[in-house]
Design a protein around this ligand. Sequence first.
Ligand SMILES: Cc1cc2nc3c(=O)[nH]c(=O)nc-3n(C[C@H](O)[C@H](O)[C@H](O)COP(=O)(O)OP(=O)(O)OC[C@H]3O[C@@H](n4cnc5c(N)ncnc54)[C@H](O)[C@@H]3O)c2cc1C
Length: 462
Amino acid sequence: MANLANRVTRPYINITIQCGRVPCRWLRVAPLQARLRLGAALHCALSRYRVPPYRQLTHYDSNHSYISIRNMETFPKINFDDTAIAFERKNNRDLKETAWLFGMMNRPWLVNLGSKMTLLALQLHLPIQGIIKRTIFKQFCGGTTLDECQTAIQQLAQYQTKTVLDYGVEAKENEADFQATVQENIKAIRFAGKNGNVPIVSVKVTGFTRFALLEKVTSRQPLNAAEQTEWEQVTQRLDSICMEAADHHVAIFVDAEESWIQDAIDDLAMLMMERYNKQKPVIYNTFQLYRHDRLAYLKASFAIAQEKNFILGAKMVRGAYMEKERERAQQMGYPSPIQPNKEATDRDYNAAVQFCIDNYERIAACVASHNQYSTQLQADAIVRLGLPTNHPHLTFCQLYGMGDNLTFNLAKAGFYVSKYMPYGAVKDVVPYLIRRAQENSSVNGDVGRELKMVRSELARRK
Ligand SMILES: Cc1cc2nc3c(=O)[nH]c(=O)nc-3n(C[C@H](O)[C@H](O)[C@H](O)COP(=O)(O)OP(=O)(O)OC[C@H]3O[C@@H](n4cnc5c(N)ncnc54)[C@H](O)[C@@H]3O)c2cc1C
């Protein structure tokens, strides 16, 4: 009996052979002696045929149990400027519409005016939802319902790209809305569980909590009895979402929001990771590296994860609320939590990516970015370490409607990449759409990058 148990639990090791763009071939062999002998035999065979140097048994990963042999010299460097791959799924008409939209968003005055007018028009119940849906919504959202997202999810899957579903509702303030958001998140998890192309659902805590309560928890002021009960309810709501996710083998991204409510969100995310990340990453917290304290917080979170023996889920973003953060800090007279400049943000972001790579066996990291350097940093490390390109602890994600040159070139090279796809009623996703428009209207922002790519592909197709 003891022997049988030993035999069953003996670790298996996969051997990966990867040459150029040829996909990984996995061989599961056992026992250890045979595996090592096979590795050595493969090495000899490959050397005999004068294939350029292979790294023999480059890596043994105790967690995932594999050894990989990869031809480092011929693994192609990804060309993120390959617009033919980036926009393969778009026809000329789609591309022209995208170029027009990014061209409009390139004008900061138009974005500022348009954002205010849109919010006012929605408040006055003016019929503008149709226009929004046909333009900016179509670019950045998957649909108004889960069913409507099916087409976009399938289309991404055709290009080896997964989907992270995000019910786009945020900043809700009443009990009925909170309940509805939790139910919608659970519905999305069940939908994802049945759909192999949606491994992750993203949640915003402000979708099912009062903002003022999060602010009070973050300020560390004592809660009164009613608030204490309310906070327990919030914890239960997130727990019910996380439990559902664990049951359906779906992961959860907990989005990061404004710094003055973030400690409360972090506390909840850490608690859920401690509960659900013992065997594999189910919950990911989000680290905004535009904050000067977040690299240290990532390291501190990892120390806690090690101490409490769970896998840290770390989705890394630069951060989407920079102007708002700086304005509030200035108005209220406290030091800004934001880095002094873009270089400092980039430095900490890349250091965070490197920290996760260095600890990838116990950190499941997602580079959630449109920044080519940061993306390349992780892709190169995966290749250098001889890990499978689709390693589940070293993944990539871009927003739906942006960064297609990164997403589809990564996917083509076999990396684990997803698109973050918001969905929901048009009026509910307007704050998200306004953030995307503002992000794309900044002088050094994404519009140059996106518009340049789209225009260059249109020119190439002529
Ligand atoms: C999959 C995904 C999920 C996301 N989830 C979240 C989330 O949960 N919470 C959130 O806040 N954001 C989130 N974002 C948005 C993300 O923060 C923005 O996309 C990001 O700000 C753009 O940065 P980038 O990494 O793509 O790179 P870049 O385009 O290279 O960097 C732009 C960013 O750098 C920072 N920056 C710019 N100028 C300065 C300056 N002068 N000083 C300091 N910093 C500066 C800002 O954060 C700016 O947005 C998510 C993005 C993706 C792709």
